[in-house]
Design a protein around this ligand. Structure first.
Ligand SMILES: [Zn+2]
Length: 479
């Protein structure tokens, strides 16, 4: 994510070529007639992240989501069915999902299940027979309601105008429109099908599969073949100028809202055409692009931030080059390598911000080391900036500017300390080894120590945690 207010590097010039692509998912095996478990548990109402204790749920690994939604602009009503392929990680007599809308039906493997909503965000499901650890089940949830009337954790996420709706938000967005195990630790593949007026387009993650016209309505099916976090799943429904291209096997799909003023529309389209070249440059630094498609969407909705929705970032207005670099870098950092815990958010934002600095360095901007020294000098007298502990900023501070900037400074300091060759090998190994998985600060430090052959606990503690500016020393990467 990046808010409109944050801008770290001046826009610069670019050139380049293309990218690579991807693979098909493997489908899960489903043994039939398992033995009923002797002592099934009640699944916890949260996955165990103290920042938002109700996020996610205990005992579940969602393998796949098949979401079908219809949105009615006249009534503001969203009607949906989410089918989840769930692999239980424990024997469960009861389990939970996260969904804010009222629920009408729940089935588990085709049989009606008992359900209730003990809290607005929680859907509690009791299947007729306990779930068996390791044996996949299909859970189908039917629901409907007006998402614009609902808030959770201080967030009101529903962005809708007279002729466009877009579901874009972090850390939470899923429970406004689908039943989810809503935590970045549990990633899954997705099919997303959206029904709306026939004169509108529906845009989502991955690749378009099919568009079907039925009277005055159109139903559009999108597929994401690679694991995705729940907050990164999105759809946008409205009138768009769409461009579809393909270069070196990587499909690109961009969309610009026709509700924007015409001058903004053409600037937005021009800007989005840089997506392929920037992605190609990022590949030279970070290794192969992790997904089957790329692109972007510029919305007319007053989002106030851009978000790195997997394969298709959403931008509020024509994106500047630095913002494109930021959201596209998130495809590696945040989307492919996702957070184990929200407290590690600098692994997303610090890394995406660092790639802006690294891009600028190669495209006419200052060297990243000059930028680092300048950024440190700018902040040296600031007390709040150094008070944010990047390994545990707190739920209310995950998007604090210090998470972005101090995170990026940490990486440049590390680069200066361990050297160019080892540093980029570190980032490429990180994105390769954890591709489509998750990571933590501890795991990154461990890998940095292995690749550099250096003891780095003091370095990381100084840069990420100490409530004061790092001393301008060689070991802090400043000399
Ligand atoms: Zn970001």
């Amino acid at each position: 994510m990046r808010s409109r207010a944050v801008r770290l590097v001046a826009p610069v010039l670019v050139l380049a070529v293309t990218a690579l692509a991807a693979l098909a998912p493997s489908s899960a095996a489903r043994p039939s007639n398992p033995m009923p478990p002797a002592r099934p548990q009640v699944g916890a109402s949260g996955i165990g992240d103290p920042y938002w204790p109700l996020d996610g749920n205990g005992g579940l690994d969602v393998r796949h989501y098949d979401i079908a939604v219809r949105y009615d602009f006249d009534t503001g009503r969203l009607t949906g069915t989410t089918t989840l392929r769930v692999r239980p990680t424990a024997d469960l007599s009861r389990f939970g999902l996260d969904l804010l809308l009222p629920v009408s039906t729940v089935t588990v493997d085709g049989r009606p299940a008992t359900f209730d909503k003990p809290a607005r965000h929680e859907l509690r499901i009791t299947p007729q027979e306990p779930l068996v650890r390791g044996t996949d089940v299909d859970v189908v949830v039917g629901y409907a309601g007006d998402p614009s009337r609902i808030s959770y954790a201080g967030e009101s996420r529903w962005l809708v105008g007279a002729d466009e709706v877009v579901t874009v938000g972090q850390p939470h967005m899923a429970p406004w429109w689908f039943a989810a195990n809503d935590h970045p630790r549990d990633k899954a593949t997705f099919d997303i099908t959206v029904t709306g007026p026939a004169s509108y387009q529906a845009v989502s993650n991955g690749l378009p599969v099919q568009r079907t016209l039925t009277g005055a309505e159109a139903t559009t099916h999108w597929r994401s073949a690679h694991p995705m976090t729940t907050y990164s799943a999105f759809f946008a429904l409205g009138r768009y100028d769409v461009e579809q291209t393909s270069r070196a096997g990587l499909a690109s799909y961009t969309a610009v809202s026709r509700s924007l003023p015409s001058s903004e529309r053409s600037r937005a389209a021009t800007s989005l055409r840089r997506t392929g070249a920037i992605t190609a440059w990022l590949e030279t630094r970070l290794g192969p692009y992790p997904f089957e498609s790329t692109g972007g969407l510029v919305t007319s909705q007053r989002v106030g931030y851009a978000l790195e929705n997997q394969t298709r970032p959403v931008y509020p207005g024509p994106p500047a080059r630095g913002l494109l670099v930021h959201e596209l870098a998130h495809q590696w950092f945040g989307d492919s390598v996702s957070l184990q815990r929200w407290r590690d958010i600098w692994l997303n934002e610090g890394f995406a911000t660092f790639m802006e600095v690294a891009y600028a360095e190669r495209h006419g901007g200052p060297s990243a080391q000059q930028w680092l020294r300048g950024a440190r000098d700018d902040q040296v007298g600031s007390r709040w900036f150094w008070r944010v502990d990047l390994t545990d900023p707190g739920a209310g501070r995950i998007f604090d500017p210090a998470v972005y900037q101090r995170g990026a400074m940490t990486l440049q300091a590390l680069r200066h300390r361990i050297g160019e060759r080892r540093f980029w090998r570190l980032l490429r190994t990180w994105t390769h080894d954890r591709r489509h998985g998750t990571g933590s600060t501890w795991a990154f430090r461990t890998l940095a120590e292995r690749i550099s052959g250096q003891q780095l606990d003091d370095f990381f503690s100084t840069w990420l945690r100490e409530p004061r500016p790092p001393a301008p020393t060689r070991s802090n990467g400043l000399h």
